[in-house]
Design a protein around this ligand. Structure first.
Ligand code: NDP
Ligand code: HSE
Length: 443
């Protein structure tokens, strides 16, 4: 057996992911040492409750509640506790002591990323975070390294497994959102508080990380526009299917030039209509996928498990091998690149396509009146179909004319123009209600 230099690895957290990391590191230690060119000695595992049950076996003598002491003298610290504190303070302590740090903590990176990267750079340490976005899927390293020579135009990501599972169930089995969420919770996909999933907070954190990397610009979490899936109805999912679309919660990172010629970055999360022919439409269940449109490489898609203890542990151990190799070879490592420093464009400046569903009075002249409203706000109509005749639906008191349902698809328009159009539709005497407004992405 080859004699390697030994690296001391401290693990903070032994929950779903941490316990699997500890178990795989112990079980595959020799193989990982051969790949890294260094022995990887797990010197301890910090937890809150030493007696708590674990999903994988960890030798009792490795467990400790004293995370601060464990960090001292470690070459590599793996943070898998989650949350902002004490994770932030412990990571800063580890970096300042010269250790490389590996984390899967998207909430922490999206909130305090710049502070942590700066601390790492100042002492020449590295911060690795492959597990923070889309679990097992390699996406951070491809963006940082493999595609670093290209210019990324747009990223469309399905980065939250719970919401993809829910929308997929609504589409394929006709489940209600509540039924599908209950199943996702039973299967262990959802966060303890599923608000983070269904209101898009988890996806927004991952979007901030991806957009910052892709566009060499710091994109703070509060600059990510966010809508969750709680307003998505069975009717929207059904009518999307009939029109050849599927509803997906998308993380969108885009470099765009707005109507005033300003080039900037847009980072946003919302449920959108995706054409059934798009590769993202085939991402079912709790799976994740990240679709990248690059200038030279063209379209690339990364697909796989976005969560799960052992799946995410794979990404963490990949980072561990990278960190160990750097310890062996030396060198400064890669600093975060924010040189482009592009402006972050507000949602009102985003340009995309829309599908609007209206309940209207079914009488002569209505189509002309609606077309005039769109044109008055600079929004060009691409498709129009009178999809359902609901003769029995009555309008306002005294209004006995029958109703019809109109589904209108637009050409590209700015969010501001579209919003003004919707406001005008809502007050028009020929429109009984605006029943749905969804953005169309990926076409
Ligand atoms: P868990 O909640 O399952 O585990 C957290 C672990 O951290 C527990 O072992 C807990 O100890 C320990 N811990 C928490 N606070 C402290 C503290 N103050 N001091 C010492 N130990 C503490 O989290 P996960 O494993 O699910 O997630 C870990 C990280 O990985 C998070 O940042 C998460 O966002 C990220 N991630 C998770 C994925 C997943 O599928 N689960 C996927 C991708 C990323 P004890 O067990 O004693 O309570
Ligand atoms: N709750 C998250 C999801 C876990 O559903 O994708 C992974 O971040």
């Amino acid at each position: 057996m080859i004699e390697y230099r030994n690296l001391r690895v401290a693990l903070l957290g032994a929950g779903s992911v941490g316990a699997q990391v500890a178990s795989l590191l112990i079980e595959h230690g020799e193989e990982l040492a051969n790949r890294a060119g260094a022995g990887l000695e797990l010197v301890g595992v910090a937890v809150r409750d030493i007696a708590a049950p674990r999903t994988a076996e960890i030798p009792r003598e490795l467990l400790t509640t004293d995370a601060e002491s464990l960090i001292l003298g470690a070459d590599i610290v793996i943070e898998l506790m989650g949350g902002l504190e004490p994770a932030r303070t412990l990571i800063l302590q580890a970096l300042n002591s010269g250790a490389d740090v590996i984390t899967g903590n998207k909430a922490l990176l999206a909130t305090h990323g710049p502070e942590l990267f700066e601390a790492a750079e100042q002492v020449g340490a590295q911060l690795y975070y492959e597990a923070a976005v889309a679990g097992a899927i390699p996406i951070i390293r491809p963006l940082r390294d493999s595609i670093a020579g290209d210019r990324i135009k747009r990223i469309l990501g399905i980065v939250n497994g719970t919401t993809n599972f829910i929308l997929d169930r609504m589409d394929t089995d006709g489940d209600s959102l509540e039924e599908a969420l209950a199943t996702a919770t039973t299967l262990g996909y959802a966060e303890a508080d599923p608000t983070a999933d269904i209101e898009g907070f988890d996806a927004a954190q991952k979007t901030a990380i991806l957009a910052s990397l892709a566009f060499h610009t710091t994109v703070p979490l509060d600059a990510v526009y966010r809508e969750g899936i709680t307003t998505v109805t069975a009717e929207q999912v059904d009518s999307a299917r009939k029109a050849g679309y599927v509803v997906k919660l998308l993380a969108i990172c885009e470099r765009l030039t707005d109507a005033e010629g300003v080039e900037g970055v847009s980072a946003r999360v919302y449920p959108a209509l995706v054409p059934r022919s798009h590769p993202l439409a085939a991402v079912h269940g709790a799976k994740n996928a990240v679709f990248i449109e690059a200038e030279a490489a063209g379209d690339l898609m990364f697909y796989g498990a976005g969560a799960g203890g052992i799946e995410t542990a794979s990404a963490v151990l990949g980072d561990l091998v990278s960190a160990a190799r750097r310890h062996v070879i030396g060198g400064p490592g890669v600093a975060e690149s924010t040189h482009a420093n592009l402006p972050i464009l507000p949602m009102s400046r985003v340009i995309t396509r829309y599908q609007i569903t209206l309940s209207v009075v079914d009488q002569p002249g209505v189509l002309a009146a609606i077309a005039t409203l769109f044109s008055a706000h600079g929004v060009s109509v691409e498709t129009l179909s009178q999809s359902v005749l609901a003769q029995s639906v009555k309008g306002r008191p005294g209004d006995t004319a029958p109703s019809a349902t109109l589904v209108i698809g637009t050409h590209e328009a700015s969010e501001a123009d579209l919003a003004a159009t919707v406001t005008a539709l809502e007050t028009s005497h020929v429109v009984r209600s605006v029943t749905s407004v969804l953005r169309v992405e990926g076409s």
